[in-house]
Design a protein around this ligand. Structure first.
Ligand code: FPP
Length: 246
């Protein structure tokens, strides 16, 4: 039976879920309404990409810069994270999905930090897919952290400066134990990376679409995978080298 998915399924997909606010504004509703609708799309996307065979899905839920939004919106997003974790942990376990948070969680309330740790623990043995939620995350923050880790190791005499290479550096990043993303998706019309996984996106295929996140349907998720399956990944080589290796 033909599979509903392409043969070259990306191992790691990462997404900037943009457009919740504009989606709500178009309906004369508060931005928070858009975020609530956005959670439904997030649930659909997690289910869809797991079913497609994607092994790592990384979602940008809250950037370090998002604290600058109106207090009411920030509070509402925090409530949504809390509710979603409580509500969907069982479903994640049923689908064998492990959830993990990346970012500086120390700025979240004690309750939210506890809930995050509990959900990470409860889903920690699941093996179908790893769902990374980037929350209070910034790509530059991640790189500076990795640098500090290496500096500490040099200071403690554990490694020499000459031991530092790309592999060792990357292992100190938040996703140091995961393959780099194959496919980056951004909804909502903007064509930028916005301080997401700066190091890890070096060779990632980018897919931008105008659809606002709450409207990002399974058909559009399929279209992104289909588009990816037509890309030729060259990693700096020529097209001819890829077509005739050796
Ligand atoms: C960007 O839209 C979206 C966010 C900053 C929040 C994303 C969060 C969710 C979709 C909820 C995810 C929930 C979990 C549990 C991971 P925007 O507000 O920047 O939209 P705009 O560009 O139209 O203003």
């Amino acid at each position: 039976m033909a599979s509903e998915f392409q043969t070259s399924v990306p191992v790691h997909v990462c997404i900037i879920m943009d457009g919740n606010g504009r989606w709500a504004k178009k309906r004369l509703m508060p931005r928070t309404y858009g975020h609530r609708k956005g959670v439904e799309t997030t649930r659909l996307a997690v289910e869809f990409f797991a079913r497609a065979g994607v092994k790592h899905l990384t979602l940008f839920a809250f950037s370090s810069e998002n604290w600058n939004r109106p207090e009411e919106e920030v509070n509402s997003l925090m409530d949504l994270f809390m509710q979603s974790l409580r509500q969907y942990t069982r479903e994640l376990n049923e689908k064998q999905i492990r959830i993990r948070f990346i970012g500086d969680r120390s700025s979240f309330s004690a309750d939210l930090q506890q809930q995050i740790a509990a959900t990470e623990k409860e889903t920690g043995d699941n093996r179908q897919m790893v769902l990374n939620i980037a929350a209070n995350y910034g790509g530059r923050w991640d790189i500076v952290n990795a640098c500090c880790r290496l500096a500490e190791q040099v200071k403690d005499g554990l490694i020499a400066v000459t031991d530092i290479d790309e592999r060792r550096f990357a292992s100190g990043l938040s996703l140091g134990d995961s393959p780099d993303p194959d496919l980056f998706i951004r909804t909502g019309g903007e064509r930028r990376i916005s301080n997401f996984l700066l190091w890890q996106l070096a060779y990632t295929e980018c897919y931008f679409c105008d659809t606002l996140w709450p409207d990002f349907s399974e058909a559009e998720m399929s279209a992104a995978l289909e588009d990816y399956s037509r890309r030729q990944r060259r990693f700096g080589k020529t097209g001819e080298q890829i077509e005739a290796p050796g």
